[in-house]
Design a protein. Structure first.
Length: 127
């Protein structure tokens, strides 16, 4: 089941949806945790957790994020969506870390800039 590849259609169909709560990025210490995303790197395994779960486990983190899902079903081979979204957010001074799932792209933005990011993404779809 392939997704959308046309950049204009992708941008006009972003439909960003924030997840409830705050999320943090930590390095795995091998414990069994309620993990939202996993990235395996040569240097170690990175986990994205809900902030309260990291706090309960006593894990250190530096970045507290809001998680925004772009609900358009983007094809993994689509070209330009990440660049368009990250450029729009960068132009507004908002950092963005992108996680690509099979069906959707997910953005981790500073929790205190969540509403700003949603506003930027909304304006992007109207261009």
């Amino acid at each position: 089941m392939s997704g959308v590849t046309d950049l204009e259609e992708l941008i006009h169909s972003l439909r960003p949806e924030p997840r409830d709560g705050e999320f943090v990025v930590v390095v795995s210490d091998g414990r069994d945790l309620d993990v939202q995303a996993v990235i395996r790197e040569d240097e170690g395994t990175t986990l994205v957790l809900r902030r309260e779960d990291a706090d309960a486990a006593g894990l250190a983190y530096d970045f507290v994020a809001a998680w925004i899902t772009l609900t358009v079903h983007s094809d993994l081979a689509a070209v330009g969506l990440t660049a368009a979204v990250s450029t729009a957010l960068a132009d507004a001074g908002i950092s963005c870390n992108v996680l690509a799932g099979f069906h959707h792209d997910h953005l981790l933005v500073p929790a205190d800039r969540r509403d700003d990011a949603l506003e930027v993404l909304g304006a992007l779809t109207e261009q």
